[in-house]
Design a protein. Sequence first.
Length: 714
Amino acid sequence: MNKQLKMRRLAVLVSLALPLLAQAEADGGAVLPTVQVTSQKLGETSYTAAKAKGGTPLDLSLRDTPQSVSVVTQQRMQDQGLQTVTDVVNNVVGISVNQYETNRAGFTARGFDIDNLQIDGVPTTWEQSWSSGEVASSLALYERVEVVRGATGLMTGAGNPSAAINLVRKRATAKELTGSAEIGIGNWNARRAQADVSTALTKDGSVRARVVGEYTDADSWVNLLGNKSKTLYATVEADLTPNTVLDVGFSRQENNVKSPMWGGLSYWYTNGKQTNWDVSKTAAAGWTHWNNSYNNAFANLRHTFDNGWKLDASLTRGDRRGDSQLLYLYGYADATTGVGLSPFAGSYLTRTEQTNANLQVSGPFQLGGRKHEAAFGYMYSKADFTSDRRPEGALADIGNYNNWNGAAYPEPTWGAAIRYADSVTKQEAVYGVARLSITDPLKLIVGARVTNYKKTGQETGSAAYALKNDNEITPYAGLVYDINDTYSAYASYTSIFQPQNYRSRSGKTLDPVTGKSGEVGVKGEYLDGKVNVSLSVFHIKQDNLAQSDGLGTDGNPVYKGVDGATSRGLELELNGELARGWNASAGYSIFRAKDATGADFNSIYPRKLLRVFTTYNFAGELSRLTVGGGVNWEGRTYTTDPNAPDFAANHGLINQDSFATVNLMARYDISSKLSAQLNVANATDKQHFGMFAAYGAITYAAPRTTSLTLKYKF
């Protein structure tokens, strides 16, 4: 995009915002009531929050947001012993994890992949096929996790109509020394230490700092597999004026994985019988590893004008790197001799450098004698991705895989790294949204985003490609009606687009896949906002999906865009403090996902999910004791292995029956500052697995896992 066009768009943004700023000033600076203090109080002890972002740039309560929103609070993370992003996804209603390898996984919602991962509302590039770092990212530096289900194109631009996961960083708000330190142990030699310290840097508390550090070291139920991780986070927040706050920070996360599996375990023997390996079985070697690091620096400036309008500006810079040496064993082994698997090795050096800049103005204004809200913004992001591959030398024979443990398998000789793939992805957008008070109980939210998207790149053995979509318009509309002081009914419509690298018979690149998401529901607040409930019904459609159209005149495959996938479903959720000392989170979701022919698509994603967890803090003589437990239930999933042996059951069907895992916890306050907590995950030791559909392979999930944590608050 040329500079003149950029300037015109910024001029339009300013011209839209300035009249509203002026009107708000003329009306005496009317300011909408804030619930910031309430939100902080809820976040300290409850399983719900007052507000969340992700679907729109407006600062809305959960009840006023016309989409399904879940918030995993700090208290819930602590109670359930959630330590990684994957842990959270495995415990939120309506979304699930397909753990198809030990260190890579797919996040899904409503039948579609989740590719929208945000930090403080800023989208971050997530190359699922290349990096294992995101799924293992530590929660130590985040205050809470917000999940908005459905399409979120107004905030994220390109993506799937599934969900957006927003990781909200911890902030330096304390004006006196406060914090915590904890140590933990668990089975498979798991050890963990974490410290979180906040303090004022000036006598008046106008400049504050917070530092978080975490270290983990653990083996695994999988032979040879081990992981060490380090997390460091530091932020400084300064009150430049009574109305202006600047916060800057830096985080670094490292995950060093020893002997990860690449591709999973074969599901069949050559005779078509199921392998039924022990959960400790590995396909890795002692020399394999997959190390990742992620550095992220950020700066945020927030200014509140006297008339109630706010200016938010942010700049982030991320640097994600990976270094891997991997081994994949493909094919099928003989049930008796164990012979038949073949080795394939890969070593990759990857790097993603991402820059994001955002500018937003928002606030109240009056029109027609009523108060309204509006927000306008500009977003810019650029991600540079490179991958280099080291060629491998000759690989030794696998031999009898039935006796394999990989520790003695010889490492090949690696050659010098050469370029394997690279890409540059740019997005630039302006957006505007308004929340209009039609009547006292009826609010209308309307907005749109105009996005310019461009991605160029090339992989070894393939032609260079360039995807470009200018002036892609993403509309958003939502209606919220307050039935009474407790309940609200809502309806919303939004869309999203996903560029695709397929060419038509005429030689042109297909237009993006477009996703449309409609949702209606009812939300309620009980006990002065301490409990939030919601019931939603959704309908999602993806159009212009690429399907094969034979071969072109040059002999290469060509494609045509057709209206494709449709997902319909229902979600029910409850979160909060039901009574003094009793916290609960419960939800159920169900959907049907069909392609253009009426067949199920993405059948490896569970159609039904139940998530329940609750804790109770006793009163009286037992007031130091808190106990809790819950159940995560997932419906049946399946896929068909296209290369399965001829005698495989049901034409190569890989089936995971519905299953439930039980999770338990107990915490005892030894003193007002010191506590001990026991967590047991998968207490019934239920065996289940994730599927790698493309290769007919599976990866077993964790069996019963126990951890003990000692925490000191000061």
